[in-house]
Ligand binder design. Structure first.
Ligand code: CUA
Length: 188
C-alpha cells in the first residue's frame, strides 16, 4: 500500500468518527428541545410570557401579599392557594398548611433579595425573586411534615432560613379551611 492510500484510509476513519459524533450531538440537542417543550406544555413551567411582576415596596402595605392575606386559603370553587413572602431570613408564614391529595397553588414573592425554597423531598421547588410572583401547582400525595429550607444563598443568615410545611389529611384540612380564614400552622 502506498503512503497516499494509507492517508486516504485514515481520513475516511476520521470522517466516519466525526459523522458519528455529529449524530450523537444532534440527538442530545433533540432530546433537550423535546424536554423543554414537554416541561413547558405538560408541566406548565413558566415561559417568559407568563412572568408576573409585583412592586416589592408595597408588599406589606397593600395588595395580595399583605400579612393578613398570607397563608393557605380554600376558594369556594375548591382551589387551594398558599401565599407566602420570603425575606432575610425567614418565610411568612413560618409554617404552611396544605391538604393531602389536592392540587395546591403556591404564590410567593420576596421583599429584599433572591431566595428560593424546596419542600422536603417533593417536587415543590422554586426561586423567589423580588419584583416577581413565583407560582406553581403541585399535589402532596402523603400527609406529614416537611422542612422547607431556603435554597438560594441570600446572605449571612441563609442557612438559618427555614419554614415547615404540614400536609394534613384532606378531611382535616377541609374542616379547618371551612371557616374561610388564612390557614397556617404557626403557633400562637
Ligand atoms: Cu433566603 Cu437563602
Amino acid at each position: 500500500m502506498s503512503n497516499g492510500a494509507a492517508a486516504h484510509a485514515s481520513e475516511l476513519v476520521a470522517v466516519a468518527a466525526e459523522r458519528r459524533w455529529a449524530w450523537i450531538v444532534g440527538a442530545i440537542i433533540a432530546v433537550i428541545v423535546v424536554m423543554m417543550v414537554v416541561t413547558g406544555l405538560h408541566w406548565a413551567s413558566m415561559p417568559p410570557s407568563r412572568v408576573e411582576t409585583i412592586d416589592a415596596k408595597t408588599l406589606h402595605l397593600r395588595g395580595e401579599f399583605v400579612e393578613s392575606n398570607l397563608g393557605t386559603t380554600l376558594a369556594p370553587d375548591g382551589k387551594v392557594t398558599a401565599r407566602l413572602v420570603a425575606q432575610q431570613y425567614s418565610f411568612v408564614p413560618q409554617c404552611i398548611v396544605v391538604p393531602e391529595g389536592m392540587p395546591v397553588t403556591f404564590r410567593a414573592t420576596a421583599t429584599d433579595v433572591i431566595h428560593g425554597f424546596v419542600v422536603g423531598t417533593t417536587n415543590a421547588n422554586t426561586m423567589v425573586i423580588p419584583g416577581f410572583v413565583a407560582t406553581f401547582t403541585t399535589t402532596f400525595p402523603k400527609s406529614g411534615e416537611h422542612l422547607m429550607p431556603c435554597h438560594e444563598y441570600c446572605g449571612t443568615g441563609h442557612e438559618a432560613m427555614w419554614a415547615r410545611v404540614q400536609v394534613l389529611p384532606r378531611d382535616e384540612f377541609l374542616a379547618r379551611a371551612r371557616s374561610g380564614e388564612r390557614l397556617s400552622c404557626v403557633a400562637r
